[in-house]
Design a protein around this ligand. Structure first.
Ligand code: ATP
Length: 234
């Protein structure tokens, strides 16, 4: 579904992503793990068209997208849930969800999109008219995911969904990610919580200082001693 080949991304003189190659098959949950500053978010921003690579190719459903504008990438079926949620404070929960469907031309399926979001996140339905800024951290994460789902993406990019959340919310968010995946959405997940991410991922890639170091199934990486030592606290 997505093929990233020899991706190089720079911030001025800083090379943040160094010839990174990986792929995602339709239906998978794939995770990128790595320490702070490893280049994970930069890769997501480049797939979504927010950043441009210095070189390399990104192919999505057999089309090159490394020069495609971000709105067109959303319309092609890739939605990003950004790190830190970036919900719109001052807008209601419902208005935030509407923003997720802003670029959609096929308004006919919108009511199904709302139903899907309410099914995953019943709490959002209860809070539709509430200012999004008054939601708890966990609820804001749910809103950010719901907003992305309003575009009915084929591929969902999740940047640190567990960041700053209480353990109970983390478990719930990861269960919902699995449910969204089982309903047919392919997932690329970036996480500092490597243990959680690898436990739900079909495959994972380990990134350090902008380079890919290891690749394997979620289970293989969970039991890999180098991964355990560096990322799983053991
Ligand atoms: P984090 O979990 O902290 O977001 P990450 O793995 O997602 O880490 P990136 O945010 O992609 O890492 O950062 C990769 C490298 O690029 C780091 O060295 C970082 O300092 C640098 N970097 C990121 N954003 C910028 C920026 N706006 N300007 C300059 N350098 C940046």
């Amino acid at each position: 579904m997505l093929n990233v080949k020899n991706l190089v991304v720079n911030y001025g003189a800083i090379q943040a992503v160094k010839k990174v190659s990986f792929n995602i098959q339709q239906g998978e949950i794939v995770t990128l793990i790595g320490a702070n500053g490893a280049g994970k978010s930069t890769i997501l921003h480049t797939i979504s068209g927010i950043m441009r690579p210095a070189s390399g190719e990104i192919t999505y459903l057999d089309h090159p997208i490394q020069k495609t504008a971000a709105p067109k990438i959303v319309q092609a079926g890739i939605s990003q849930v950004p790190e830190g949620r970036h919900i719109f404070p001052g807008l209601s929960v419902q208005e935030n969800l509407q923003m997720g469907a802003f670029l959609r031309k096929d308004r006919a399926h919108l009511s199904q999109a709302y139903e899907d979001v309410y099914q995953y996140f019943p709490v959002l339905k209860q809070r539709l008219n509430q200012d999004a800024a008054t939601l708890s951290g966990g609820e804001q994460q749910m809103l950010a995911m719901g907003r992305a789902l309003m575009a009915q993406p084929k591929l969902m990019l999740l940047d640190e969904p567990s960041m700053g959340l209480a353990p109970l919310f983390i478990n719930e968010i990861f269960e919902i990610i699995q449910a969204i995946n089982q309903a047919g959405t392919t997932v690329l997940l970036i996480e500092q919580n490597a243990k959680k991410a690898l436990s739900i991922a079909d495959r994972g890639y380990v990134l350090a200082a902008g380079e890919l170091k290891l690749h394997g199934t979620g289970q293989e990486l969970l039991t890999n001693s180098a991964v355990q030592k560096a990322y799983l606290g053991g």
